[in-house]
Design a protein around this ligand. Structure first.
Ligand SMILES: [Zn+2]
Length: 437
């Protein structure tokens, strides 16, 4: 009876999350994401209309190292997905195509996976499971446990292995917002107390003091803006956030509605996620306004736009992405004036390429005199007090820090050195390094 845990991506780095669990010869893969930063680097440097080849993506470490499994690849019995962010599912169209096993994810995540795979992909392999699913793959019992994060229907995954429970707790927070079926209920975790052998724990913000705020705090941040800025007398209001952050899109749409403006959601990735939210009965954002996607439609809309003052634009481009709507607006598609307002409801991803892209965009926008408000946002990840609270409930034997660079992993080692956690072993793992039991 052997259990071998092998990280294939997302350890000692942020991105391309992927983990292999070999349980007596049967392999489960958890998450199959790509490295967004490295992909954006490619998009910024090269031809935007050209898709990178599979070989290029493997060579540039954009995809997880599935090749580390070598001949054992045929033993993969299932792929489990924790949530719909591309650093967790983005590699599926590339790497899962040739694998015969099924892919298990919540309805929203399944829908997003389908939207990023082309028609040649065998969609019957994608199995939609409820957020509290309990199921069995080749005799292995698996549980999904719903948690709050910055995209709907995210889950923590518990795998009942011969060595005890292996819990994969990446990308979540304790403070829930208003979206049903996307909330953390800590009571659900009580039953795992002292039963978890290995806890994979999101270490991204393990050095941040205090607790992460909830989505309700973003609403408060907007209320503050409403007090300080005369939104009623602004010409166009333009807002941007992560397209997958459905809860935030609801908050943004509600704000637009208050000011009696015509709401338009513009951008291909926005339309993709909005469709998934509608198809899975989370929310129908088309009830708030029109959704415009596709280069031709977007250009047609802006070229025929008569009264910008009547509009509230929800657009892609918060990271200054070269292909985004906001970037195109700044490049001349929209005539900005100092009476307009742009609100960035996000944080810049701490990667050189994102920082540079956003800086270039802001420089251009600043020349027009448009008012810019930034960082109206709360994180979707645990802070150090949250880590401690969660770990005191689970009390695992081993913690493996995940989803972070080496210094973040080390922060987590330090966090749990002290009492009452000193009995827990914190073991950072490298990509390709086996943890064997
Ligand atoms: Zn995430």
């Amino acid at each position: 009876m052997t259990t071998i845990i092998t990280p294939l991506g997302g350890f000692g780095e942020v991105g391309r999350n992927c983990l292999a669990l070999d349980l007596n010869g049967q392999i489960l893969i958890i998450d199959m994401g790509f490295n967004l930063e490295k992909l954006l680097e490619f998009e910024t440097k090269y031809d935007l209309n050209k898709k990178p080849s599979l070989n290029f993506m493997i060579k540039k470490e954009i995809l997880p190292k599935l090749n580390l499994l070598k001949y054992k690849r045929k033993n993969i019995v299932g792929i489990l997905c924790s949530h719909a962010h591309l650093d967790h599912i983005g590699a599926i169209p590339y790497l899962a195509r040739k694998l015969k096993c099924n892919i298990y994810a919540t309805p929203f995540t399944s829908s997003v996976i389908k939207s990023i795979c082309d028609v040649k992909f065998d969609f019957s392999k994608i199995k939609s499971m409820p957020t509290n699913a309990k199921f069995n793959i080749s005799g292995i019992n698996i549980e999904f446990i719903p948690v709050a994060h910055s995209t709907p229907q995210s889950v923590i995954i518990a795998i009942h292995s011969p060595i005890g429970i292996i819990m994969y707790a990446n990308d979540f927070k304790l403070q829930s917002g208003f979206l049903e079926d996307s909330q953390t209920n800590l009571e659900l975790f009580e039953k795992y107390k002292n039963k978890v052998k290995v806890l994979f724990l999101d270490c991204l913000y393990s050095s941040h003091k205090g607790s992460c705020e909830s989505e309700f705090d973003v609403i408060k941040q907007f209320q503050k803006i409403e007090k300080e800025v005369d939104l009623k007398n602004k010409r166009a209001i333009i807002v941007s956030t992560f397209s997958s952050h459905i809860e935030r899109l609801i908050t943004l749409a509600k704000l637009g509605k208050k000011y009696n403006k015509k709401i338009v959601f513009i951008g291909s990735s926005l339309s993709k996620y909005i469709k998934s939210a509608k198809d899975t009965q989370i929310v129908d954002l088309s009830e708030y306004g029109e959704i415009i996607s596709g280069k031709r439609n977007i250009h047609y809309f802006f070229n025929n736009l008569k009264n910008p003052k009547d509009y509230y634009f929800i657009v892609t481009g918060h990271q200054g992405e070269p292909n985004s709507v906001l970037k195109k607006m700044a490049d001349g598609l929209f005539d900005f004036t100092k009476k307009d307002l742009i609100i960035f409801s996000n944080k810049i991803i701490p990667a050189k390429v994102c920082e540079e892209n956003r800086e270039k965009l802001e420089k251009k926008l600043n020349k027009t005199g448009v008012q810019i408000i930034k960082d109206v946002h709360v994180s979707g990840h645990l802070f150090s007090e949250d880590h401690k609270q969660f770990v005191s409930i689970i009390n695992p034997q081993i913690i493996v820090p995940s989803h972070g660079e080496n210094f973040m992993e080390q922060n987590m080692v330090n966090l749990f050195k002290k009492e009452p956690f000193s009995k827990i072993k914190v073991i950072p793992l490298k990509i390709g390094e086996n943890l064997t039991f």
